[in-house]
Design a protein around this ligand. Structure first.
Ligand SMILES: Cc1cc2nc3c(=O)[nH]c(=O)nc-3n(C[C@H](O)[C@H](O)[C@H](O)COP(=O)(O)OP(=O)(O)OC[C@H]3O[C@@H](n4cnc5c(N)ncnc54)[C@H](O)[C@@H]3O)c2cc1C
Length: 391
């Protein structure tokens, strides 16, 4: 009888896992069900562009049906409510219970607020297409309101966090805000863009020379960095900092940290303190070997004993690997331990600039780096067969 494979989450990890497993396993071997809360796959790596208004939200939503068409993968739109590994089933919001022989959990991450007062209630986060749309609409409304209300906090924008996604958002806003100002007839000299970060520097893990280039590029476009400066409270219209300073603002976007998906903790999978599941060398939960846990909701150590940062690149490599492991579980053969091949990492700094390393050590910056980053996006779309599948 066909084994039941249930895959939770059609993000980078889950979608790649479904495609790889189906490439190797026939319908007689396995029935594959892919569950996702939306009917589309989100290009989360482009969210900052949509939030700033540089890219339409349609172009970063990929129809899941179009990607899996003719692939004998069943798609179920639903929100996972509970994972019950002891009973080998999953409960969805419509009450459906999905039994499984093998489960893949690829539900992504959640924002980490570090217990900062008011942050969850008064800051935007950037983790979905809908949140990106909300940020864009809010920025537009700030500029639309300013000529009537003349409140300076409408033109002051604060991004909390100077990691990868925070810096990418700041770069995009640095390019976009002058256009918003021009369209609204607002003097750009009144607009302020802050990046506030608790750590001493920006872009942790990046080469110091590239960090400096990024900082200079953004400062030249008006970004005000406040590093080594923890946010202690966010209240309506104001951000309070640890040194006693406050920033009056109507717009705070929090990108300062992620943690594992709460469903993973609730299910009883072994997790580390940030709620990411511990997995073995084959990406199986350390306490349930019939469950693979992938992408941002898992915790994988690299060769140097340090955890890999949560990236789309890592997520889709885990997805592909898990697809192969499922084949071996069902058809036999030897599994090769997971080994991430992180070829590099490029952070965009707006429409014309980026910094990072490619081919493991080759440093890139400027327009060339930006083009390389765009090319990696196109390669990804080609890989999932979605060059023309945006909805
Ligand atoms: C602004 C920004 C820029 C980034 N830029 C880069 C970059 O340039 N390069 C890079 O490598 N990484 C980048 N990242 C990180 C990268 O996007 C993540 O590491 C990656 O998305 C993780 O993939 P995943 O498959 O684990 O989760 P996701 O891609 O988040 O997918 C999880 C899926 O699960 C679904 N889901 C969640 N909860 C439920 C539920 N309860 N029920 C049903 N479905 C559910 C979601 O809708 C989603 O489809 C960026 C992140 C951000 C926010």
């Amino acid at each position: 009888m066909a084994k039941q494979i249930v895959i939770l989450g059609a993000g980078y990890a889950g979608l790649l896992c479904a495609l790889e497993a189906r490439k190797r396993l026939s319908g007689i071997d396995a029935q594959i069900t892919l569950v996702n809360k939306h009917t589309y796959h989100q290009l989360i790596t482009q969210l900052h562009e949509t939030a700033a208004g540089a890219r339409s939200d349609r172009s970063i939503r990929i129809s899941i049906q179009n990607v899996i068409r003719d692939k004998n993968i069943e798609f179920k739109k639903g929100i996972v409510q509970q994972i019950v590994p002891a009973d080998k089933n999953v409960v969805l919001d419509d009450g459906t219970t999905l039994p499984y022989d093998y489960l893949v959990v690829a539900l992504g991450s959640e924002a980490e607020y570090f217990g900062i007062t008011g942050l969850k209630d008064h800051a935007f986060i950037l983790k979905s297409v809908n949140q990106a749309r909300l940020i864009r609409a809010h920025i537009e409304s700030c500029f639309a309101r300013y000529p009537y209300e003349k409140k300076s906090e409408l033109l002051r924008f604060v991004v909390g966090g100077a990691g990868f996604s925070g810096i990418e958002l700041v770069g995009e806003l640095a390019d976009a805000l002058p256009n918003y100002a021009k369209d609204a007839g607002v003097d750009m000299s009144l607009v302020e863009l802050y990046n506030v970060e608790a750590a001493p520097g920006i872009l942790p893990g990046f080469d110091e020379e590239l960090v400096q280039r990024a900082r200079t590029s953004l400062e030249e476009r008006g970004v005000k960095f406040m590093t080594g400066m923890p946010i202690v409270e966010v209240a309506p219209g104001v951000v309070h900092l640890k040194n006693g300073q406050s920033i009056a603002t109507q717009t705070v976007v929090w990108t300062g940290g992620v943690r594992g998906n709460q469903l993973v903790i609730n299910a009883g999978f072994e997790t580390e303190p940030r709620g990411r599941a511990k997995v073995n060398e084959f990406l199986q939960s350390t306490n349930y070997s019939d469950v693979y846990i992938l992408g941002d909701c898992s915790f994988v150590l690299g060769n140097e004993g340090r955890p890999f940062p949560p990236t789309a690149q890592l997520a889709w490599q885990m997805g592909s690997a898990a697809g192969k492991y499922l084949y071996h579980d069902i058809k036999g053969g030897t599994k090769v331990p997971f080994n991430a091949n992180i070829m590099g990492s490029l952070a965009s700094l707006g429409r014309k600039d980026a910094v990072g390393k490619v081919l493991q050590s080759y440093k890139m910056y400027g327009k060339m780096a930006y083009v390389a980053k765009e090319a990696s996006q196109i390669r990804y779309l080609a890989k999932i067969g979605a060059m023309f599948a945006a909805r």
